[in-house]
Design a protein around this ligand. Structure first.
Ligand SMILES: [Zn+2]
Length: 344
């Protein structure tokens, strides 16, 4: 068992001074940290955390390593929005935009400094969208060579900076598991073994992906808590989420991206997340769950896709449905720390 897993087992509740409830927090080992774009922080500083958002992306554009954003337009749109999110109580955001569809760590660093929100970037490639954002070299290179690129980003920094990834982001298409998606999964696991970084794998309603992930992890004696089933809310029923959570995998219910504030469609999104959460809670599995919006504050220069419904809509709904403040803190404060803290 890695030292990270031992530390998670040793966790107990202690005072954190978190935004939502000062009495709730996690006692971290002194070395438990998370790499943000402005440097390593103690995991307990993560605070109220949105674990799956996009600060910006070029999704929809042709694959390109250089995102070439209009930095002035981007900052004019994103900074006021980050300040709004901070006013709602958010301390940290994991940016899930990978290389080749819009990752720009220097811009993320500037935005973090100016908004005073911790931003965490990633290493890895995006294998969904019919592999549109998978670079050519990923097909030619071995799994080991691919992992070496990602491990190098962790050890040496991204794009000749000292900015390190705080997690691994990959993605798989629906309908079984393709060869390239499997290769990305294996490279991610190798990277995780070398770095301790946790893997967020865009999956949605394709249970073949977490099943294969579990097999691969069992083969290598890797704890399933390094794996996040991202977009798990897309599953119609909760059985498979419960099964994987029982195995120790993280379940990310991250589609709380409602467009307006009223209307039936929004309510359906909220209800679906609530239904999964209630099912997981009934099995005492809330300690395995992450919640987020998959919003985007600069989708190729388009209108902001908000990431605030958790605070404006969903928390009140959770309270109406019997969730305690401690359980809400578990989802937004305690679980992200446990999911992403490493000892490296
Ligand atoms: Zn996303």
């Amino acid at each position: 068992m890695s030292s990270r897993r031992q530390f998670i087992q040793q966790l107990g509740l202690a005072s954190l001074g978190g935004m939502l409830s000062p009495s709730i927090g996690v006692a971290q080992s002194k070395t438990a940290k998370i790499y943000t774009v402005t440097g390593a922080i103690n995991a307990s500083e993560l605070g109220v955390c949105l674990s799956h958002e996009h600060i910006m992306s070029n999704f929809g554009a042709e694959r390109s390593y250089q995102p070439n954003y209009d930095a002035t337009a981007l900052k004019a749109q994103v900074l006021p929005y980050l300040k709004r999110i901070k006013s709602l109580g958010v301390d940290s955001i994991l940016d899930c935009t990978t290389a080749y569809f819009g990752r720009d760590v220097k811009l993320l660093k500037e935005l973090s400094e100016e908004s005073e929100i911790y931003l965490i970037t990633n290493t890895g490639y995006y294998g969904a969208a019919n592999d549109r954002y998978v670079p050519e070299h990923a097909y030619q290179e071995t799994t080991e060579q691919l992992a070496e690129r990602w491990i190098n980003e962790f050890e040496r920094g991204i794009d000749q900076t000292d900015i390190r990834p705080g997690f691994i982001k990959i993605a798989a298409d629906g309908g079984g598991v393709s060869d390239i998606d499997k290769k990305l999964m294996q490279a991610a696991l190798k990277t995780s073994q070398a770095t301790e970084l946790t893997i967020a794998c865009h999956t949605g309603d394709n249970p073949a992906v977490p099943k294969l992930a579990l097999e691969l992890m069992n083969e290598e004696s890797i704890e399933p808590s390094v794996w996040i089933w991202t977009h798990a809310h897309q599953m119609e029923t909760s059985e498979e989420l419960i099964a994987m959570a029982k195995e120790g995998m993280w379940i990310s219910l991250d589609g709380l991206r409602i467009k307006g504030y009223y209307g039936g469609a929004d309510q359906l999104v909220l209800d679906k997340h609530l239904q999964h959460l209630l099912a997981l809670k009934e099995q005492s599995l809330l300690p395995r769950v992450l919640v987020s919006h998959d919003g985007n504050s600069f989708p190729r220069g388009g209108a902001i896709r908000p990431y605030e419904a958790i605070f404006t809509r969903f928390i009140p709904m959770l309270k109406e449905n019997g969730f305690t403040q401690q359980e809400i803190d578990q989802l937004l404060v305690v679980n992200p720390q446990q999911a992403f803290a490493i000892d490296k």
